[in-house]
Design a protein around this ligand. Structure first.
Ligand code: ADP
Ligand code: MG
Length: 650
């Protein structure tokens, strides 16, 4: 209904409501209170008193300067007091002997006076009065807005199917809306909120499921023999873990059916996602399509490239990064366009304007959280709809992921390859550096290698670099005679970085001092110690990622944080290696609403529900909405119609 048609709403109110974003009667009904005041009678000794009583003397008004006034009367609540309230002179005629009312204010025992902030012309009795509080603007207060909302009297459509209302004993939508604005008791209020939350979540999940099912049918179908894939797996230098096998199976299913793959491969650092992605690329190749693997850094792209070339020597594999020479780039572009390149590995460059593929069938992004979601639309803009696999170590609990990415399937690798020892994590003060050096030396003597991480100074590359150099000098002083020490930082050219990385891989460098350029993905299993200076400068998840660079084989590894600050926070890492717990802690400490690099999109903005807090309900809504979709009961056509609107948006 138009607001203009509601009796009692004048043009001035109309404007005020518009300013609150309320444009019609439904907006008004669903403009929910953001909190409630629970009002209960108090005794005299509380800081703020709320008392029921009877007026013992007619009110007297005195006029003060600046158009202010003071109203005063005697009040009996079992005891006699004077009551004063300012600027309510207009109550004079209502406050007469015998009037029953409730006063809100502060009691001054010396003067035996209550200075009021408010007076209500009713009695609370023994019950608790629940008052809704709304976000308001100038020109309207909570109680006025509440009265306006109560002017609306119309039917609302309940988008929860009857059988689900019955199943959870949910109240009708109309009753819920009425109760959320005018709650009589706490239990009913909670039921009202639950109902409205459930409706929000049910509809959200319904839309998500719908979007997902739409994507399902238009995928590329590949004809790939399973035993060809198995042959490749059998030749790998290690046996896949159960979770890796399961992930490979999921991907094989997707790629060989008409289902378009949109899958997240989630697994903590070191769980072995890379090899799964290689198998996926191979399946895609056998199916006759080109594949692309996108990594967040040059180093990582090169590492993947070198590994894949070793595993698939007969394929034509290209490496494309932003810093290649123009001629080298052109060669790769040519190979991708004429189809002579089977698989390309690279950085963002892979999806830049110039790159055209002959028949791209699969795109994999490693450490997806570093990219955000834009590359998805980037590919769409190119007019190609390849299958997509995202890999991420940012540990989102599976369940969060499902809700946030309701249109995405998930494969999780929970177990690490067999024989891995838990990394020992230690927190040290700068004054304890001797002990740290001792530990390093012990491991170096065993012919193991060490990472030393210099703090990243966000404001300045220059200071960061200075730190790296300072650390190198320090390390040279301690170990320079016995071991080779070198540095890695963002100012090095790609060529230089690669040279350093390869020397470290081949154990020609024993101590690598680095900024966080090595944070993601880098794989040197013989490195068993990582020392992070000024650890407090890093987020917990970043430190956890760094830690994942060690503990990559069956050797005992050590992760040593050095910090004179924030011991409390850093200790979390010494207590758990559960990436999920760590990201939860980070989440709480930083208060960021930014899981996975994607903010909740407009579609996910709920009025009442909260994906995290109401998680159990989220899961139920997810299941219920799936079941409901499959029903296709014509009785509920009005609900299915909502989904049609979604299609027309496409
Ligand atoms: P992440 O999931 O962090 O990307 P990687 O794919 O880099 O992890 O794997 C970590 C290390 O474990 C690599 O050295 C890799 O070769 C090794 N690895 C992977 N899978 C297995 C396995 N099933 N058995 C033994 N080692 C494995
Ligand atoms: Mg990785």
């Amino acid at each position: 209904m138009q607001l203009e048609n509601i009796k009692g709403i004048g043009p001035k109110t109309l404007n005020t409501l518009k300013r609150l974003g309320i444009n019609n009667s439904y907006d008004l009904l669903t403009y929910y209170p953001f909190r409630y005041d629970f009002i209960k009678r108090t005794g005299l000794n509380e800081e703020k008193v709320i008392l029921d009583g009877i007026v013992e003397s007619n009110a007297v008004v005195t006029y003060l300067k600046n158009h202010k006034d003071k109203l005063q009367f005697r009040f009996n609540f079992g005891k006699l007091v004077d009551v004063v309230i300012f600027n309510r002179g207009f109550y004079k005629n209502k406050i007469i002997i015998g009037t029953k009312l409730t006063v809100f204010g502060k009691y001054d025992s010396k003067k035996n006076i209550i200075v009021c902030s408010d007076i209500k012309f009713c009695l609370l009795g023994n019950s608790t009065k629940i008052e809704p509080v709304y976000h308001v603007t100038t020109g309207i207060n909570s109680s006025q807005l509440n009265s306006i909302i109560n002017l609306v009297d119309e039917d609302v459509i309940d988008y929860v199917p009857t059988y689900l209302n019955d199943k959870y004993e949910l109240m009708s939508k109309k009753a819920a809306i009425s109760a959320i604005h005018n709650p009589h008791d706490e239990i009913t209020l909670k039921r009202a909120i639950d109902k409205l939350k459930y409706e929000e979540l049910f509809l959200f999940m319904l839309k998500m499921n719908h979007l997902k099912s739409k994507k399902i049918q238009n995928g590329l179908i590949r004809n790939v023999e399973k035993n060809k894939v198995q042959e490749f797996i059998d030749k790998l230098p290690f046996k896949l873990t159960i979770d890796q096998i399961k992930a490979v199976e999921d991907i094989y299913e997707d790629l060989t059916s008409n289902k378009r793959m949109n899958r997240l491969l989630q697994g903590d650092v070191g769980s072995g996602k890379t090899i799964v992605s290689f198998v996926a690329l191979y399946i895609n190749f056998l199916g006759g399509y080109q594949g692309a693997l996108m990594a967040p850094t040059e180093i990582l792209a090169r590492q993947h490239y070198n590994n894949l070339v070793k595993l698939l020597p007969n394929l034509k594999i290209g490496l494309l990064t932003g810093k290649l020479k123009a001629k080298e780039k052109r060669e790769i572009y040519g190979g991708l366009l004429d189809g002579s390149i089977d698989i390309v590995i690279g950085t963002h460059a892979l999806i830049s304007e110039e790159v055209k593929y002959k028949n791209l069938g699969l795109v994999i992004t490693d450490e997806q959280h570093r990219f955000g979601v834009n590359q998805r639309s980037n590919l769409k803009n190119k007019g190609i709809m390849p299958d997509v696999l995202y890999m991420s170590a940012t540990p989102i609990p599976r369940t969060y992921a499902i809700t946030l990415f309701g249109d995405m399937d998930i494969s999780s690798i929970k177990t690490k390859p067999a024989g891995r020892k838990e990394i020992i994590s230690i927190l040290k003060k700068e004054s304890e550096i001797k002990e740290v050096l001792t530990k390093m030396y012990e491991e170096l003597k065993l012919n193991h290698q060490v990472y030393v991480i210099a703090p990243l100074i966000e404001e300045s590359d220059k200071i960061t670099l200075e730190n790296v150099i300072k650390l190198r000098d320090k390390m040279n002083l301690a170990f320079g005679k016995l071991y080779t020490i070198d540095v890695m930082h963002g100012k090095l050219s790609n060529k230089e970085k690669e040279v350093v990385m390869n020397r470290f891989k081949n154990n020609e460098i024993q101590i690598l001092i680095s900024t966080t350029v090595i944070e993601v993905g880098v794989d040197v299993p013989n490195a068993t110690v990582m020392v992070v200076f000024d650890s407090y400068r890093f987020g917990l998840s970043a430190l956890h990622q760094l830690r994942g660079r060690v503990g990559r084989n069956d050797l005992q590894s050590y992760f040593i944080m050095i910090s004179n600050q924030e011991a409390e926070r850093l200790k979390i890492l010494t207590k758990t290696t559960d990436g999920f717990e760590i990201s939860e802690a980070d989440f709480k400490l930083r208060g960021s609403g930014d899981l996975f690099g994607v903010r909740q999109s407009g579609d996910m903005q709920f009025k009442l529900a909260n994906l995290k807090r109401d998680f159990k309900m989220v899961v139920k809504a997810k299941e219920d909405s799936l079941e409901f979709m499959n029903k296709q009961d014509s009785k509920y056509q009005y609900i299915y119609d909502i989904l049609k609107q979604l299609d027309s948006l496409d």
